[in-house]
Design a protein around this ligand. Structure first.
Ligand code: ASP
Length: 385
């Protein structure tokens, strides 16, 4: 019974994502586009995304190298790693795939990166045409966005029922026995996530944005809980935006640009997890005499490809697990390695999604502060002026 309830709840949330993201970005970009702030805001947002994701990966890398959870683990999987693959998925590839051949099919397929790309351009060009034409389109986008947010708020009221359904069915399916042999690995991922979420991000938020992390976490509470129970950044997005705007006081201009982009591109938790999981798998094979210890250069490849995988991963449950094949392939490990970590993935997915959403919201607050917004309720000290 609990599974269908959770499923319907998730489907309802997914239903609103494409129109919500498109209208919010198009109207957000059109709103900032005319003032020339888009370039600066875009640059700051990207800088934040990439640096926090890298920091998360390096945290995971340090932990997995110190605790070595894969060495001597008995997981009963026998497979020899294939030869080392030298061709890595290029950064260029990820960016090239952002350009949609057909924006309508991107929307049909729910390809968020392509939708975002098109929406940004659409928003920019709304401001480039004669205002006689631009203004009504901008108003239409703003109106569509308002309707989508209203619809979303209605769906959000179902959260308690949805969360019950989701958590109940996960525990019923995975059970607890599978956690024992993989406990050390899961511990490494969780430790990394906790350090990143409770130390690194709060420090950055406080030092760079002058935000009080405790106030901010309280404001974002409902979104973080939904991220945890749904394991989907995209499904949580409507709520993330609502919390950021209504509870943290971040302007719609900033939140509608930073958050939808972040829900797809900025996944600190996923990035950290990719790195820990791949090195765990490498350690497992090597300690069973089936492979090689990862050299520093190979660990660097893991770092870079984990970043790309996190950028490319969709904000849906288990997307990180799917993207792991990219990282495994890059260092020549067998794809069956994914089977080793499957048993604990649902629980880790919940944790990493929470960190993904938390990082997006910290980014939104920092960028709002850097844009001179004074309406935030989460400042450590009230800004002057
Ligand atoms: N479930 C994650 C998210 O939606 C992605 C992942 O699988 O790592 O943020």
């Amino acid at each position: 019974m609990s599974q269908p309830i959770g499923k319907v709840f998730l489907t309802l949330l997914k239903m609103v994502i494409v129109p919500l993201v498109f209208s919010s970005i198009a109207s957000g970009v059109a709103g900032i586009g005319s003032t020339g702030r888009l370039g600066m805001m875009g640059a700051k947002t990207l800088l934040y995304y990439i640096s926090t994701s890298l920091l998360a990966i390096l945290t995971g890398l340090a932990i997995v190298n110190i605790l070595k959870p894969g060495v001597g683990a008995e997981l009963g999987l026998e497979a020899s790693p294939g030869s080392i693959v030298t061709s890595q998925p290029g950064l260029l590839d990820v960016f090239l795939k952002m350009v949609p051949e057909n924006p309508v099919s991107a929307a049909v397929e729910g390809n968020m990166l392509q939708i975002i790309f098109f929406a940004i351009l659409f928003g920019v060009f709304i401001t480039r045409v004669d205002q006689r034409f631009g203004k009504p389109v901008q108003d239409l986008m703003a109106g569509l966005f308002e309707v989508m947010m209203k619809m979303t708020r209605f769906i959000i009221q179902l959260i308690p029922i949805g969360a019950f359904g989701l958590v109940g069915s996960i525990v019923a399916r995975t059970g607890f026995a599978a956690f024992i042999p993989l406990g050390k690995y899961a511990f490494c991922v969780v430790l990394g996530l906790v350090i990143h979420a409770c130390i690194s991000l709060p420090l950055i938020t406080r030092l760079v944005g002058g935000i009080n992390p405790l106030k901010h976490v309280r404001a974002m509470g409902p979104a973080l809980m939904t991220a945890f129970s749904s394991a989907s950044s995209s499904a949580t997005l409507p709520l993330t935006m609502e919390c950021a705007e209504d509870r943290a006081g971040i302007s719609n201009k900033t939140s509608s640009f930073v958050l939808p982009l972040g829900a797809t591109v900025n996944m600190d938790g996923t990035a950290l997890y990719e790195c820990v999981a791949v090195i765990f798998i490498a350690q497992y094979y090597f300690s069973h005499g089936q492979g090689f210890a990862l050299s520093t250069a190979q660990q660097a490849i893991v770092v870079v490809t984990a970043l790309l995988a996190s950028i490319g991963a969709a904000g849906i449950p288990m997307a990180g697990l799917v993207m792991m094949s990219v990282v495994l392939k890059a260092v020549g490990l067998p794809l069956e390695g994914v089977g080793l970590i499957l048993a604990v993935d649902q629980v880790l997915d919940m944790g990493r999604t929470t960190v993904n959403v938390w990082s997006d919201s910290c980014g939104a607050a920092i960028i709002a502060a850097s844009e001179g917004e004074t309406g935030l309720t989460v400042f450590a000290a009230k800004p002057e002026g």
